[in-house]
Write a new protein. Structure first.
Ligand code: 572
Ligand code: ZN
Length: 360
């Protein structure tokens, strides 16, 4: 086995380094993975720029990356469902399996969750990485390794739609056309949603949303008035949305979601902005709008895989840039400054397509 375990380690604010690390040993219930693709998430960029998200503070060096896929290189003694050579998507959060929320199936709310690249837990932008085997999902041959990595943001989109009870004909407002907004769009369509309007401040992203099947797109001008935006959403959609999915998490989008959704409808808020915001709560409550939170996902990876494997949605459109792990710094610059219309930046720990049986 090669001893090269080049790893992207975040030492602190603006300090990401590529260094060799020992190849991990595995427990009986784990697999050792030769990493393939790792997408850069907004949270990875946030830790690089600010060194923290809320109470999660980078206090010691941490391996970055959590939107990943890899090849099974070694199998722990008690692992039954995977074998060496399997191509897998990695669900990055491993819960305790014993607490009340784990037992209730809501393992995303486990207080002891070990989630890749959330301090102090290491992520997997590296060449060799050990992970719980039951949080690895075998990919069919026709699903590419980078699509395997995309299951992660797609799982967030699916979870958001499930939290909002999206179903046949649901009319939806999606706020924000970044990777999560676009994932929610794909998820909503896969669930049979009706007309979908998606907003952003950047036209490029809305063009991708249109290609992915948004019915309507709407640019939000920087100086737009709130009431004008509500009116525009209603006029364009032809009605008030049944459901609004806020993937921007700004105070302005929180407010627009609450004000714009039909009475009796549902608002889910995926993006996290400041810890306290001013929203028209009473207006929402007196119109019986259900305001619901979304925290990552649970039990959504198999659905994300089914969605991609169906071939009905061109999820690869989310990926705008590719870099080798040796180019990690350039990859992060591209992601953080949204260079060249960047949406999802993918880093390859194994040369691109080496592990894809069919050309992609
Ligand atoms: O892919 C999962 C994911 N979750 C994010 C952000 C990016 N990617 N969340 C927002 C930040 N929170 S947190 O609770 N935290 C840092 C643990 O503020 C987690 C969910
Ligand atoms: Zn993420």
């Amino acid at each position: 086995m090669s001893t090269d375990n080049l790893t992207a380690i975040l030492y602190g604010v603006e300090d990401i380094r590529l260094e060799q690390q020992p190849i991990p040993t595995i427990r009986d219930d784990q697999v050792l993975l030769r990493m393939d693709s790792v997408g850069i998430c907004g949270s990875d960029v946030h830790y690089l720029v600010h060194g923290r998200i809320g109470d999660f503070i980078l206090k010691k060096p941490m391996v970055i990356g959590h939107e990943s896929s890899g090849i099974v290189h070694k199998v722990g003694k008690s692992v039954k469902h995977l074998k060496v050579g399997d191509r897998v998507a990695i669900e990055p959060g491993v819960p305790c399996r014993y607490c009340e929320n784990c037992k209730a199936g809501k393992y995303n709310l486990c207080p002891d969750m070990v989630f890749c690249a959330t301090p102090p837990v290491d992520g997997n932008l590296t060449r060799y990485y050990a992970h719980a085997a039951d949080f690895c999902f075998k990919l069919p041959d026709h699903v590419s390794m980078e699509e395997g990595s995309l299951l992660e943001p797609l799982a967030v989109g699916i979870h958001a739609c499930r939290r909002a009870y999206v179903g046949l004909g649901t009319r939806i407002l999606i706020l924000g056309a970044g990777p999560i907004g676009l994932s929610a769009l794909i998820a909503a369509r896969s669930m049979g949603a009706g007309n979908i309007i998606i907003t952003d401040i950047v036209q490029d992203r809305l063009d991708v949303a249109k290609e992915l099947g948004a019915t309507f797109t709407l640019v939000v001008p920087k100086d737009a008035s709130e009431s004008d935006m509500v009116k525009k959403v209603h006029e364009t959609l032809g009605c008030a949305p049944d459901v609004s999915i806020d993937c921007s998490g700004l105070e302005t989008t929180n407010r627009l979601a609450i004000l714009g959704t039909k009475s009796g409808g549902c608002v889910v808020i995926v993006g996290c902005g400041p810890s306290e915001v001013k929203v028209p709560l009473v207006m929402g409550l007196t119109r019986e709008i259900d305001i619901r939170g979304v925290f990552r996902y649970c039990n959504d990876y198999s659905s994300a895989l089914a969605l991609v494997a169906s071939g009905r949605f061109n999820v690869k459109k989310l990926v705008t840039h590719h870099f080798d792990i040796t180019e990690t710094k350039e990859a992060f610059d591209t992601a953080r400054y949204n260079r060249d219309g960047a949406i999802k930046v993918m880093i390859h720990c194994t040369p691109r397509n080496e592990n894809n049986p069919t050309p992609f």
